[in-house]
Write a protein that binds this ligand. Structure first.
Ligand SMILES: NC(=O)c1ccc[n+]([C@@H]2O[C@H](COP(=O)([O-])OP(=O)(O)OC[C@H]3O[C@@H](n4cnc5c(N)ncnc54)[C@H](OP(=O)(O)O)[C@@H]3O)[C@@H](O)[C@H]2O)c1
Ligand SMILES: *[C@@H]1O[C@H](CO)[C@@H](O)[C@H](O)[C@H]1NC(C)=O
Ligand SMILES: *[C@@H]1O[C@H](CO)[C@@H](O)[C@H](O)[C@H]1NC(C)=O
Ligand SMILES: *[C@@H]1O[C@H](CO)[C@@H](O)[C@H](O)[C@H]1NC(C)=O
Length: 315
């Protein structure tokens, strides 16, 4: 009898120690990645990766913020998105504010495989140190709907896979060889908190983001020994056109603040939320919105409520 209790209390003690260790590890990692300025790699490290940064979807939201922040830290920037007049405007703005060189490439990432020959040709001869795979689309700003409830499901799902998934793989394929031959370089892939669980009413988007995160982590492991830093960034809500510009605050970040904080974590972890506020939200997610609840029969209703609560704070 006596010895049975001994065994049980030993099991209890080991379990407690294990849980405590996990919590301590999580806290220590959070402090190291987000709160220790001494740990940060700094601009000289970033500039040593190569002269140019390439940002896809660079004319608004998070991509635009990354482009500005990278220029501020001393890199020349290639901006890629669809609208030439927006591209030229943004490029001028970067040159004016940060005094760096810029180039623009007009491309529509819903176009599939055929667009990459042109992008590759235009990047020829540039020493690309940083690639930010940022471009992505949803059903529309703030739109949630079932798979078949779109106007043209065949087109929008193909567009989404081309824009969110194929672009990441192809852009990486284009810049990785020169990075490998120089044994340095950074690839940042914008995933999303939506990659952490499948999300009803955003099925294709969430699955595309899970692809980006899974792909990134695997490639990070493959190319780490060759000096390449790969990071997957999975934000919660950032106030952009995609989310219909909700009012920034404790939970919702401005893109400029987000890009600055996220770039500070570069080289410290290959899988981040990007900022402290979003990291804490990810930590709390299993408590606030557990997987079983999201995938229960009330899942889509609950999601609509959460979303409209977030959107109610819109300006
Ligand atoms: N905002 C959030 O809360 C949030 C949360 C998690 C993850 N993310 C991720 O963060 C990234 C950026 O999101 P965002 O909110 O900044 O988006 P956004 O404000 O909608 O900006 C999208 C950018 O991509 C360009 N673009 C859109 N479709 C394109 C296409 N087919 N071909 C080429 N360029 C295209 C747009 O410029 P043009 O219109 O001129 O082409 C624009 O510069 C995405 O990967 C998104 O999944 C965002
Ligand atoms: C490009 O953006 C400008 C400025 O936002 C807008 O006026 C113009 O209509 C856009 N062009 C296209 C082809 O969408
Ligand atoms: C915002 O997104 C909508 C589509 O959701 C698009 O029509 C519009 O041009 C975008 N606005 C800007 C400023 O990018
Ligand atoms: C981003 O995706 C590309 C492929 O699309 C991959 O090669 C790269 O390692 C990924 N990087 C990160 C940080 O996810």
């Amino acid at each position: 009898m006596e010895s049975r209790w001994d065994v049980l209390s030993a099991v209890g003690a080991i379990t407690c120690a294990w849980l405590l260790l996990r919590v301590a590890w999580g806290v220590a990692r959070g402090v190291y990645v987000y709160l220790l300025p001494q740990a940060r790699r700094g601009s000289p490290w970033l500039r040593a990766q190569g002269t140019w940064a390439v940002v896809t979807g660079a004319t608004s939201g998070i991509g635009k913020a990354y482009a500005h922040e990278l220029a501020r830290r001393g890199l020349d920037v290639v901006l890629i998105s669809r609208n030439l007049s927006k591209l030229e405007l943004e490029a001028k703005e970067i040159e004016r504010l940060h005094g760096r060189r810029t180039r623009v490439i007009q491309a529509d990432f819903t176009g599939g495989l055929q667009i990459y020959g042109d992008i590759e040709a235009q990047l020829q001869g540039l020493e690309v140190g940083v690639l930010v795979n940022n471009v992505a689309m949803t059903y529309g700003s703030g739109v949630l709907r079932k798979l078949l409830d779109c106007e043209n499901p065949a087109k929008i799902t193909a567009d989404m896979v081309n824009c969110n998934v194929l672009s990441v793989v192809q852009m990486t394929r284009i810049v990785l060889p020169q990075m490998v031959s120089r044994r340095r370089g950074v690839i940042i892939n914008l995933s999303s908190v939506a990659s952490l669980r499948s999300i009803p009413l955003l099925a294709t988007y969430a699955a595309s983001k899970a692809f980006v995160r899974s792909f990134s982590l695997a490639v990070a492991t493959e190319y780490r020994p060759l000096g390449i830093t790969v990071q997957s960034v999975s934000p919660f809500v950032v106030s952009t056109n995609m989310t219909k510009h909700p009012t920034p605050g404790l939970l919702i970040k401005l893109p400029e603040d987000f890009a600055r904080e996220a770039l500070d974590t570069l080289g410290l972890s290959s899988d981040v939320s990007g900022c402290l506020s979003h990291a804490l939200q990810v930590l709390l997610m299993p408590v606030v919105l557990p997987q079983w609840l999201l995938h229960s029969r009330w899942g889509d209703q609950i999601l609509l409520k959460v979303f409209s609560w977030l959107m109610d704070s819109r300006k």
